[in-house]
Design a protein. Structure first.
Length: 124
């Protein structure tokens, strides 16, 4: 079985959320590893936000259903290649196991106005 998810977001929406809610927003949505990888680059943060939404769509849950929180879905940068890598934690990992999704691929991109993420999950 294959499941996919895609999400597109305006970068300014993430910028506005940061301006309005600051650290509270950042730590509610992103892991400390993601914040380290992004180094305050709003376009990178927006791409990760889109990735979390895309993963939730592939899981068929959306955020908060089945107890999935934003930080249960983590997108890190591979140390050597710089490619995005997906790590599922807690409820997101549990739901992925229930669906027998064993392999995930993720692609991120952005321009000056928008960020997009596309994920593919394959069953074992």
């Amino acid at each position: 079985m294959m499941r996919t998810g895609v999400d597109l977001i305006e970068i300014k929406r993430v910028q506005q959320a940061i301006e309005r809610h600051g650290e509270r927003f950042l730590h509610r949505v992103y892991t400390s590893g993601e914040l380290h990888d992004c180094r305050d680059k709003v376009e990178s943060l927006a791409a990760r936000f889109a990735a979390k939404e895309a993963v939730a769509k592939a899981l068929g849950t959306g955020i908060w259903r089945h107890g999935i929180e934003w930080t249960d879905i983590e997108v890190r940068r591979h140390v050597e290649s710089g490619a995005p890598t997906l790590h599922l934690h807690r409820a997101a990992a549990d739901h992925s196991r229930v669906l027998q999704l064993a392999e995930w691929s993720i692609s991120l991109s952005h321009d000056r106005e928008r960020a997009i993420a596309f994920v593919v999950a394959l069953s074992s």
